[in-house]
Each structure stands twice: as C-alpha cells, then as structure tokens.
Design a binder for this molecule. Structure first.
Ligand code: PLP
Length: 382
C-alpha cells in the first residue's frame, strides 16, 4: 500500500488516553485525569435544547452560525473585556474550540510555517499545527515563574518562518493565568515581527485570584480569539465554540468550515443562545465550587509534601513530584496501580511538564480528599 500522511502517522497516541484506558479496566479508581466539568449542563440550557428538538430545529444553520448567537458572543466580549468584533463578519460558530483551532491553523499556515507554542500546553496544539502543514516550535515556561511566558525566550525562537504564537490562558495543564504584562510584551513582539496571536481562552470564565486579560482587547487586529461553551457552561458534549478574528481571517475560516463541518449542531447553538442570554448564577455557582475544591486540594497537596504552584484558573493543579525521585510517567503509572488514583503525567504536555503531574479538581470534594489520602500513602511507600 502507498504510505499514509507522514505527519499524522508520526503523531503519537494521546498520552492522556493511555491512562484512561488503564483506569477503565480497574475498580474503585478516583479519576483526576479528565479535563471536563463534573457538572451536568445547567437545567435551563438543557431545557432550551429540549425545546429546540421539540420544535424541530433539526436543520443546518448558516455556515457562520446563528446570527443571534454571534451577537451575544460579541456583546459578551465587548461587555466583559472591551474586545470589539463585528458579529456579522468577524465571528463564526464552530464545533468546539477544537474545530476552531484546526480551522484557524489551516487558514493561517503555509507549508513549513512555524508556530511558537509555549509549553507545557494543551495536548492538541502541536499536533494541530503539524496537521495544518506547519512546524510547532516549543518554548519552555517554568514553574518558578508561575509559567508566565517570557517574551525574551519567545523572541529567541522567532525566525523568518514564524507566523504565529499560540497560547492558552488560563492554561491547561498548569492552571496558570498569564499576567497582563506578559501578554503586553508578547503583543509588542508580535507587532515588531508581524506575527498573529492565536489565543485559546476557553477557560476565561474560570479564574479565581486574578483577572483574565483577553488578548482580543490588547491586540484585536492580529489576534485570533478562540472560545467556547464546554468548560464554563459544562457543555462539553454539545460541541459549540467560536472564533472571533479580524478580516480576512474570519471570512477564510468560514470558507473552510463551509466545505468541512458546514455548521455546528443547530440544537446546540440554540442551547448556547440560552447559556449567554440567561442569568449568570450557574456559571458563578460552578466557579465558586471549583474555587472551594482548588483551595482544599492545593493546600492538601502541599501538606503531603508536593510543592504546587498556585493555579489561578481552569480546574487543574500541576504539582511537582520531583521530591519522589520518579519521572512523571512512572509516578502516574505506579500511583494508578498502587492506589487507584488516575492523574496525567506532566511530560505529555511538553518537556517542561516533566517532574509534574496534572490533577483535575473538577471532581467532588470527598473524592479529592480521598485522593489526597491515597497519594500520601503512595508517597510514604516509595
Ligand atoms: N482548549 C483547551 C485548552 C482545552 O483544555 C480543551 C479541552 O480540554 C479544548 C480547547 C477543547 O475544547 P472544546 O470542547 O471546545 O473543543
């Protein structure tokens, strides 16, 4: 047979999946491995979906998505951050941020273009750059700096082929929220070298100690903003996200989407309209709950001897496991077999994640407390 696509063939299976598969075979596992809310979608949003089904909203929508939803997204961005996008031609609805990321990389990249990816980072960033014909260029961030992106380190990675910088804040896996000053320095760099900024802000509503800075408010004309409903509204299975971008980027994203996905699910778009039109109590309630768990869990990790950078956003803690003397893969595997606690080894998020594990605290408090007891017992057994 003729060879398949070499970039895809060279892409390893997700390091997260491997641990899920092992955990699925075991009993009594406490999973801190999954990156999704443990809440179901708030009832009023589900009701909007039910209403949409009952009334037969089962068709395609326009390719760019429901105009009402695009208006609500742009109003929300303008209201919370002062980031202004025209809902008519600078916003499109995607099937999750996952599709948004894929679309925008295909639109921006020519073969061999480089995208700078500060790591540790979300597992899809590097493969998606490769699938779009680009080359991901990793730059490290350090937990000693709270994983803030250092402009001088990024600057050293810029070459004539660099097209964009791809960042996520608040971040998966570290929970780091990029300080405004770090983002301003990146914007200056992007202006100096004429680069795009691709900003995955899917966790923007999930911040605890500080304020989220929206890159679309700092550098609207060179930022492609990705957002969605999966995390803050507990809507992972509905598959709705969005891209806000200046022209001609937004238009070309619609053009690709027109031939590939056509549109995000109609029922889900109507549910998302309800998510943005109704009161904010549901999101606030979930954020308050994550915050409670975050405090208990991070304090607990430190008490059992695992140094943990303060996660300011998302729902992940990223403690150091260096004191155990094990690498992150061995730590996660042995912890799972010995104590039935599933975590994700930090190295799957890039080399700077080595020496850490990712623990999701989108898990009920009693389970988090039991996980701490088990991890403590595991550490004592080493
Ligand atoms: N971006 C980040 C940083 C994520 O953590 C995830 C999911 O875990 C996604 C994007 C995917 O989001 P969606 O469900 O909107 O496709």
């Amino acid at each position: 047979m003729r060879p398949l696509n070499s970039v895809i063939a060279a892409c390893p299976p997700s390091g997260i999946r491997r641990f899920f598969d092992i955990a699925a075979e075991m009993d009594d596992v406490i999973s801190l491995g999954v990156g999704e809310p443990d809440f179901v979608t708030p009832w009023r949003i589900r009701e909007a979906g039910i209403y949409a089904l009952e009334h037969g909203y089962t068709t395609y929508t326009s390719n760019a998505g429901l105009p009402r939803l695009r208006e609500l997204i742009c109003d929300d961005l303008a209201g919370r951050y002062g980031a202004t996008y025209d809902p008519r031609d600078e916003c499109l609805i995607t099937t999750g941020v996952s599709e948004g990321l894929d679309l925008v990389l295909r639109v921006l990249l020519n073969p061999g273009d480089e995208v700078i990816v500060p790591e540790p980072c979300y597992v899809a960033y590097e493969p998606c750059v490769g699938f779009a014909g680009g080359t991901p260029v990793r730059v490290p961030t350090r937990w000693e700096d709270d994983f803030a992106i250092a402009a001088d380190v990024v600057a050293a990675a810029i070459t004539p082929r660099t097209k964009a910088i791809l960042i996520g804040s608040p971040a998966n896996p570290t929970g780091a929220v990029q300080p405004r000053a770090a983002l301003e320095a990146l914007v200056r760099l992007a202006e100096e070298h004429d680069l795009y900024l691709i900003s995955d802000e899917i966790y923007d509503r999930l911040t605890y100690d500080g304020v989220h800075t929206c890159l679309g408010a700092l550098a609207r004309d060179r930022t492609v903003l990705l957002g969605g409903f999966s995390k803050a509204h507990a809507m992972t299975g509905w598959r709705v996200g969005w891209i806000c971008a200046p022209q001609p980027v937004a238009e070309l994203c619609v053009r690709v989407h027109q031939y590939t996905m056509l549109c995000a699910p109609h029922v889900s778009q109507l549910a998302a309209v309800e998510a943005l039109s109704g009161p904010d109590d549901d999101v606030e309630g979930m954020v308050a709950d994550y915050d409670r768990r975050r405090r208990v869990f991070v304090k607990g990790l430190r008490e059992i001897g695992l140094d943990c950078p303060e996660p300011g956003g998302a729902f992940y803690a990223f403690p150091s496991i260096r004191s155990s003397g094990l690498d992150s893969e061995t730590f996660a595997e042995r912890l799972l077999h010995a104590e039935s606690v599933a975590v994700v080894p930090g190295n799957v998020f890039g080399p700077s994640g080595e020496g850490h594990i990712r623990c999701s605290y989108a898990t009920a408090l009693p389970q988090l407390e039991e996980a701490l007891v088990r991890i403590d017992r595991f550490l004592h057994s080493l």
